[in-house]
Design a protein around this ligand. Structure first.
Ligand code: BES
Ligand code: ZN
Length: 633
């Protein structure tokens, strides 16, 4: 037993585990087990930060967080310095404290800034130093912060601030070892203007503004160790509404009631995952609905998912995003990708869990339609990706981790788990997944760790299984392997047939049985039509179904994209309004890209962008700058 184990461990350290442990995949070339993080300057192998205590003032006038971060250190070796990540931080002073607890000034050096990675902060440690305290302030253009003026909020009266730390932007507001392989507990004292409320990805002393002991000063505790990319803060005119004992919604007062209604199935979703993969480990699960400039759909900040308001469709049709962010409480927040090259372990598992939640709460047909749409988007995107970006374990050395943010880790990752589920049988695969989450809870995992665990706990006791799913190909090769188990939807087959019949002149729109169609079917219908067909035919569709007036962000986005492709002018005012009011990058990028394809479209895009840019988050505007060929300042 012992000998066998060390044999496997040897395999794990050098090769994909199964090449050493299981002969079936001997032919595979090795993938090394890489824990080294190319996107952090920090030195956790020598000195590891284990706890962060923040004390920050929020200044909307200066657009700056000002104060200190006290870091608790665990020495792993004999190093006499701790290296932290920073980006655009102004460091005022650094102190260090030894076992006696006294802080005194310490030497430090800020290295040369790299445009992607920022600058290393090297702090000299006196012998026995166990804590360092960095006094600092953030820059007004910090990449992880967005400062909104009152005009960019729903209420129009108060400013708003939110953070977005993933992937490597925590360092733009906290000097920290900003690597997903380093976990910290944290506490925070946040001072804000009195009329505003602060929330964080942590246990909150005041559940809602009326609970605050002293308005304008808020206290937080995060007792579970998390990677830096999950530290999050938002400040604004926020209200709270409970949905169940342990779930609730934060949003601007005008939004909170409708959001609580939209997300009322959250508790059922939690129960569904708990039944499959074990207890929820973070006590509460709240959702913060941000102003429309939030650049992502959602962000799984622990205990407090951040979400775009564009999923408030009024009919719960877009809540798979909540299922997704909730699922990260297991895949991502509990079991975390060790490096950004292992991002698919976060997102692929999460999309798989998302689909399982949707199936449990809304039924198989809905979840299959949703995954079929995801797969279709993956296929479209993959056509444009270089082979090196079509693999699950992606080489990001020398690149911005944002470049790995494609549907490959998400949907190809999900399809690998689906293939394994199909080969092993659902019960066996669920048991395996549950043990994976237990085994790696609060740890960071590499692709090789996953493969080793899969080999040992699924393949070994199920002879013949390893031959059924070519895991090595999935991870290393571009494209989709032969053994892909595609989602099937009877509804979609009918919708596609109707779309084609109408387009070919064989069916009238008036006779279509659209009364019961869901958002997913409408999306499938629109996407089944050929690209860039005649504007007159767009008008026929619009007259019949009022797409230009759609209040569903996904349907409207799809329609606007088609309108640009077809030059369907009646939709242009709506498109301008959409681009000037929504900052979600997933919607902006395709629209601007499509516009930029013609001279006239490019001019139109530039005019819209001039007005809309102040609304957009730095992450989104960097993307649009690139599309429109505008040099960023
Ligand atoms: N963790 C991601 C968002 C993210 C990833 C931000 C990488 C920065 C870097 C989040 O869970 C996510 O995947 N959001 C998706 C929505 C989801 C339903 C696919 C998004 O925002 O589009
Ligand atoms: Zn995700």
């Amino acid at each position: 037993m012992q000998a066998n184990k060390s044999h496997c461990l040897f395999g794990l350290a050098t090769l994909f585990a199964w090449s050493a442990c299981a002969p079936v995949n001997d032919s595979l070339p090795a993938i090394p087990n890489v824990r080294e993080d190319h996107h952090s300057y920090s030195n956790p192998d020598q000195v590891r930060v284990s706890r962060v205590e923040l004390d920050l003032d929020v200044s909307f006038e200066r657009k700056s967080l000002e104060g200190s971060a006290t870091l608790h250190l665990k020495r792993q070796g004999e190093a006499d310095e701790v290296v932290l990540d920073t980006r655009g931080l102004a460091i005022a002073s650094v102190e260090a404290a030894g076992p006696s607890g006294e802080f005194s000034a310490s030497g430090f050096a800020l290295g040369k800034p790299d445009p992607v990675l920022g600058a290393p902060l090297r702090v000299t440690l006196p012998p026995g130093a166990e804590r360092v305290r960095v006094h600092y302030s953030t820059s007004p253009d910090a990449s992880g912060l967005q400062w909104l003026g009152p005009a960019q909020t729903g209420g129009k009266k108060h400013p708003f601030l939110f953070t977005q730390s993933q992937a490597i932007h925590a360092r733009s507001w906290i000097p920290i070892q900003d690597s997903p392989g380093v976990r910290v507990t944290y506490s925070a004292t946040i001072r804000t203007p009195k009329e505003l409320f602060a929330v964080m990805s942590a246990e909150m002393e005041a559940r809602q503004p009326s609970d605050a002991a002293a308005p304008g000063e808020y206290h937080f505790q995060m007792p579970q160790p998390i990677p830096a990319y999950l530290i999050a803060l938002a400040v604004g005119d926020l209200a709270f509404q409970a949905m169940s004992e342990r779930t609730g919604v934060y949003a601007e007062p005008s939004v909170v009631a409708s959001a609580a209604k939209e997300f009322e199935d959250t508790e059922d979703m939690m129960a569904a995952v708990e039944k499959l993969y074990g207890p929820y480990q973070w006590q509460r699960y709240d959702i913060l609905v941000l102003p429309p400039s939030f650049p992502f759909g959602g962000m799984e900040n622990p205990r407090l998912t951040f979400a775009t308001p564009t999923i408030l469709a009024g009919d719960k049709s877009l809540v798979s995003l909540i299922a997704h962010e909730l699922a990260h409480s297991w895949s991502g927040n509990l079991v975390t990708n060790a490096t950004w090259s292992d991002f698919w372990l976060n997102e692929g598992f999460t999309v798989y869990l998302e689909n399982r939640i949707q199936e449990a709460v809304f039924g198989r047909e809905r979840s299959e339609m949703e995954s079929a749409l995801e797969v279709q988007e993956l296929r479209e995107e993959m056509k444009k990706l270089e082979p090196r970006d079509q693999v699950l374990h992606i080489d990001l050395k020398g690149r911005d981790p944002d470049e790995g943010f494609t549907l490959v880790p998400y949907v190809k990752g999900m399809l690998l788990l689906r293939a394994l589920e199909q080969a092993a049988g659902r019960d066996r695969f669920d048991t395996f997944l549950r043990s994976y989450f237990d085994h790696f809870a609060f740890k960071s995992v590499t692709t090789a760790d996953f493969a080793g665990y899969l080999d040992e706990y699924l393949f070994r006791n199920n002879p013949g299984l390893a031959e059924k799913v070519a895991v090595g190909d999935w991870i290393r090769k571009p494209g989709l392997p032969q053994d892909v188990a595609l989602p099937v939807s009877g509804n979609f087959e009918r919708v596609e047939a109707l779309a084609n019949r109408w387009y070919d002149g064989g069916a009238a729109l008036s006779g279509m049985p659209v009364g019961q169609w869901t958002t997913q079917e409408w999306l499938r219908f629109l996407r089944a039509l050929p690209e860039g067909f005649e504007a007159e035919r767009m008008k026929e569709l619009d007259d019949a179904f009022q797409f230009t007036a759609s209040r569903n962000s996904e349907i409207l986005h799809q329609w606007l994209l088609m309108s640009v492709r077809s030059g369907y002018e009646p939709a242009y005012p709506k498109m301008e309004e959409f681009l000037a009011s929504v900052g979600r990058r997933k919607f902006l990028r395709p629209l601007y890209t499509e516009l930029a394809k013609t001279d006239e479209g490019r001019r139109r895009a530039a005019a819209i962008y001039r007005k809309a840019r102040p609304l957009y988050h730095p992450i989104a505007s960097a993307t649009i700058d690139e599309i429109l060929g505008i040099a960023s300042e």
